[in-house]
Design a protein around this ligand. Structure first.
Ligand code: PLP
Length: 287
């Protein structure tokens, strides 16, 4: 396995950065998680746009142009010889001193990791998952925009811990007003009475690339799709609930806070959208 580290390809065991890196000291940096399907990088431009927008938003000087970094990601995938893979692209503020000052970190660290896919157990897609809602809230969009995919994942980690404490694998976070925002690393959709809803970005959800692909697919299929705020009540009484993300793709949720969703098995719309999503990722690569 070859890791891209600041302009060089190094072996995994040699891929090391300074303990003074502000990504390590303060979570100061940004990242992307991207999928390679059948040798093609899915929605590469969207991921790179989001990364560069995140960088601009937090005033992180990117050491490569978007075009250069895009090419480096492609090169890293090729170097690892993988046709189905998960890419982790990380840009941290880089090493500085122990103070917070990002102006003392002139050299960002750029890391590209490409790994074989650790696909979620097939069984989870057949049975659906059981989730809970947790006390940890999504940060307010005016404090740190959820559009910034930053290395500050402490609230997401707390969500994961709270899920584990409740003996489930995933959980939903609400925003400060109590509207449903998203999972620890996935977006959420509900289907009810012919309408497919997902929270808008301003509620405090990351505008996931998978989420956006599902919105596109659902529209093409003629669904009535909207980005609208909703509450836990709407989730509990939905006919179908599912989560979307680069790693999970589309996964059905069959129980939320002990309330059984629909018939307690993955619903027809969720299954249909997953099938269409898997078709689309291959089709887009063939274009
Ligand atoms: N929400 C959060 C907080 C995430 O970290 C992620 C993905 O990493 C998502 C949603 C899903 O986004 P995407 O579909 O771009 O992977």
């Amino acid at each position: 396995q070859w890791i891209f580290l600041n302009g060089e390809f190094v072996r995994k065991e040699d891929a090391k950065i300074s303990v003074y890196d502000h990504g390590f000291l303060y979570g100061d940096g940004i990242f992307e998680g991207i999928r390679v399907y059948n040798g093609n990088i899915f929605r590469m431009k969207e991921h790179m746009d989001r990364l560069y927008e995140s960088g601009r938003s937090i005033l992180l000087n990117m050491p490569y142009s978007q075009k250069e970094l895009t090419e480096l990601v492609i090169k890293t995938v090729e170097k690892n010889g993988l046709r189905d893979a998960y890419i982790r692209l990380v840009v941290s503020r880089g090493p500085g001193d122990l103070g917070l000052d990002p102006y003392k970190c002139p050299n960002a660290n750029v890391v590209i990791i490409v790994e074989p896919l650790a696909i979620f157990p097939k069984q989870l897609y057949e049975t659906g998952i059981d989730i809970v809602t947790v006390p940890t809230r999504r940060n307010r969009p005016d404090v740190l925009s959820p559009k910034v995919k930053s290395l500050n994942y402490l609230n997401n980690i707390l969500v994961k811990i709270e899920a584990h404490l409740a003996n489930v694998s995933e959980a939903l976070m609400l925003n400060d007003q109590g509207y449903v925002a998203e999972g620890s690393a996935d977006n959420v959709f509900i289907y009810k009475k012919g309408k497919l809803l997902t929270p808008p970005g301003y509620i405090g959800a990351l505008e996931g690339i998978t989420r956006n692909a599902i919105i596109d697919i659902a529209k093409e299929l003629g669904y009535d799709v909207a980005e609208e705020p909703f509450t836990r009540h709407d989730v509990y009484t939905a006919e179908e609930v599912f989560l979307t993300g680069t790693a999970a793709e589309v996964i059905a949720v069959v129980k939320v806070d002990g309330r059984v969703i629909g018939d307690g098995v993955p619903g027809e719309h969720t299954s249909h959208l997953l099938k269409q999503f898997r078709k689309k990722v291959i089709e887009e690569g063939e274009k």
